[in-house]
Every structure is written in structure tokens, then in C-alpha cells.
Design a protein around this ligand. Structure first.
Ligand code: ADP
Ligand code: MG
Ligand code: MG
Length: 321
């Protein structure tokens, strides 16, 4: 091909996977790469959506109590989700769906379920109740009434697929923002690392710091994105699978930085549920991610491996070792 062509900028904002996405690509073939990326996002949304009745996830959920044949890609992602559930001691768990449903987060008809309602649902929650048969390519939810929701991992998976597409096309400069899952492909056109802000969970227009990253995905989970208020209390959309109620740890947001967008997305959700101490213990035992934590008492804690690429801009901060 013609290696000396001028890099062009192509940018699109789209609505998919229940959120707003922003794709920016600098390349000689930017327009082609952009439309291929958009198509791919819609394809994945069609496979992985909880709310769309024609998705593979809906087929698995309708078939609960029995085995459902799905594309290998879907089985592999469910398998990865189960592995991350084990890694986070059940804090991340895609079988949380009946709980998310009970709180009204799928319909927007919010309710605070009483203890009896939660006690009925909790036995349906647990990744140990998912059976995978790689030979038959089936996923089985063991109990009727179970359902899975890939909302805490699908955007990260999509970002990995898009990053591969960019590599295949020789794109060395792109920023793919799938809501709170941001993949920095290569560098900015001038060669500097991409700069990704970590939002202040208490103030949507402010941030606590800036990450300088290249070939990494930055995923943030927090209680501030989707929530409702009832009786003077705030209830957000990340549920602790063990209790059935919105996670109430010492954290207000968790940002995970990883070469794997799938890992970053799922772990940011899981670590938010786990709280600082358990999250740091998992980080110390791992080699595949770094993190930025914002605590309820407004501290910002950055793990050692990313410290030199994080610039504090606001609140008091510190480092974890
Ligand atoms: P966002 O969807 O805002 O990017 P997350 O990646 O943290 O945020 O995913 C939250 C979504 O994942 C929820 O909307 C819900 O559908 C699902 N979910 C809620 N609690 C959990 C959990 N403990 N483990 C896995 N998925 C969860
Ligand atoms: Mg997530
Ligand atoms: Mg997410």
C-alpha cells in the first residue's frame, strides 16, 4: 500500500449498548476504519444485549433451566465472565440480572425490593450455576428464573474487538470511548500518549487526575452514573451479588487500566463491589491491571504500576504499593 499518505481524522458519536460512544480515528483509511468499527459495535450489541429479545443473551435467558447453543464468541465471553467472577470472589457476577431487574434498572420503574423479595432471588444468583459445554457450544443456566446480563463486561469486550480491527487496518492512532471504557490505540497523531481524564465521582464536570496512556484500555465504574433516589437514599446500578443491594463499599469509583478491555471493564465493576482492601489485595496478586480508586472520604489512590502516568489535578492523593 501507499505508506506516505496523509493521516485523516474521522470521528463519530453513536448510541449503542445503552450508552453514548465516541470514536476518533487518525489514519489514511480513517473513514473506512470508522464505519467498520461502527458496524461491529452494532453487531456485538445485537449479540450481547440484555434488553433486545433477539440477542443471544436473551436466548440463553429464555432457555434457563436448559442448555442453549450459542456462537463460540458468546460462549467464550460468558466463560471469561465466569473466570472473573471467580477471581473477584463473586463480586463481579453476570447472574446478577434478576436482582438488577428487581430494582427496576432495566425498565426505569425503580423500586426498593423488600427482604423477602431479595431472599427469593438470591438463590438464583451465582456463576457456579452456569454450565458451559465447549464441545456442544452450549451455555446452560441451571435454574429456571436465572438470567445473565453482560452489561458489566460487554463494552470492554467490544473495545478489544475494535482494537484488533484497528491493528488489522494499520491504524496507529485512535481513541475509542465506549462510554466509561476508553481504549487508547497507539498515540496521538503527533506521537504523544493519549490523555484520559478520571472523572470526579462527585462532580460530573471535574476530574481527579489525568492518565497518559498508549495501547491500554481505561475503564471506570461508579455509583454516580445510573441511580435513583427513594426515601432520601440513593440507590445505584452496581449490585452486590451476595446481598442483593447496591454495593456500598468505601469507594465512589474505580478505574482499571489494562491491555485487555474485557478485564478492565469487568474488574472495574468487581473491584467497586469489593472495596479498597480486597481490591488492593487482588491487585497485589495480579499482573494484568493497574487501578485508580476514589474513596468515599475523597481520597485518590493510584497503584504503583501506573503512578508515573497519572497526574493528580484535584483532591489529595496517594499511592498504593
Ligand atoms: P456501566 O454499565 O455504567 O459501564 P459497569 O461496567 O460497572 O457500568 O456495569 C454495570 C452494569 O453491569 C449494571 O448496569 C448491570 O447491568 C450489571 N451489573 C450490576 N452489578 C453487577 C455485578 N456485581 N457484577 C456484574 N455485573 C453487574
Ligand atoms: Mg464493567
Ligand atoms: Mg462499564
Amino acid at each position: 500500500g501507499c505508506a506516505s499518505g496523509e493521516k485523516k481524522k474521522a470521528e463519530a458519536e453513536l448510541y449503542a449498548m445503552d450508552t453514548v460512544m465516541d470514536l476518533t480515528i487518525y489514519a489514511t483509511n480513517a473513514e473506512e476504519a470508522l464505519s467498520a468499527a461502527q458496524e461491529e459495535i452494532y453487531r456485538l450489541d445485537g449479540l450481547l444485549s440484555y434488553t433486545r429479545s433477539d440477542s443471544q443473551v436473551s436466548a440463553i435467558n429464555r432457555g434457563a433451566g436448559g442448555a442453549v447453543e450459542v456462537p463460540v464468541e458468546v460462549m467464550d465471553l460468558v466463560s471469561t465472565a465466569v473466570a472473573i467472577s471467580q477471581r473477584t470472589d463473586g463480586a463481579f457476577d453476570i447472574t446478577v440480572a434478576p436482582l438488577v431487574q428487581a430494582w427496576g434498572f432495566y425498565t426505569g420503574e425503580y423500586t426498593v425490593p423488600d427482604k423477602e423479595a431479595l431472599d427469593e432471588i438470591l438463590p438464583l444468583v451465582g456463576s457456579g450455576l452456569i454450565r458451559l459445554d465447549p464441545g456442544a457450544k452450549t451455555v446452560e443456566l441451571e435454574k429456571t428464573g436465572m438470567s445473565i446480563d453482560l452489561g458489566g463486561i460487554a463494552k470492554g469486550y467490544a473495545s478489544d474487538v475494535l482494537v484488533e480491527m484497528m491493528k488489522d487496518r494499520g491504524v496507529s492512532s485512535a481513541l475509542l470511548a465506549l462510554a466509561g471504557n476508553i481504549s487508547a490505540v497507539g498515540t496521538k497523531p503527533g506521537g504523544d500518549p493519549w490523555r484520559v481524564a478520571v472523572r470526579d465521582p462527585r462532580d460530573g464536570s471535574a476530574y481527579v487526575g489525568i492518565l497518559s496512556v498508549s495501547d491500554l484500555t481505561v475503564a471506570t465504574s461508579g455509583g454516580y452514573e445510573r441511580y435513583f433516589e427513594s426515601g432520601g437514599k440513593r440507590y445505584h446500578h452496581i449490585i452486590d451479588p451476595k446481598t442483593g443491594v447496591p454495593a456500598d463499599s468505601d469507594l465512589t469509583s474505580v478505574t482499571v487500566i489494562s491491555q485487555s478491555g474485557t478485564t478492565a471493564d469487568a474488574l472495574s465493576t468487581g473491584l467497586f463491589v469489593m472495596g479498597m482492601d480486597k481490591a488492593l489485595a487482588l491487585w497485589r496478586a495480579s499482573k494484568d491491571f493497574e487501578a485508580v480508586f476514589v474513596t468515599q472520604d475523597d481520597r485518590v489512590v493510584v497503584t504503583e504500576g501506573i503512578a508515573d502516568r497519572f497526574e493528580f489535578t484535584g483532591q489529595s492523593g496517594g499511592y498504593a504499593y
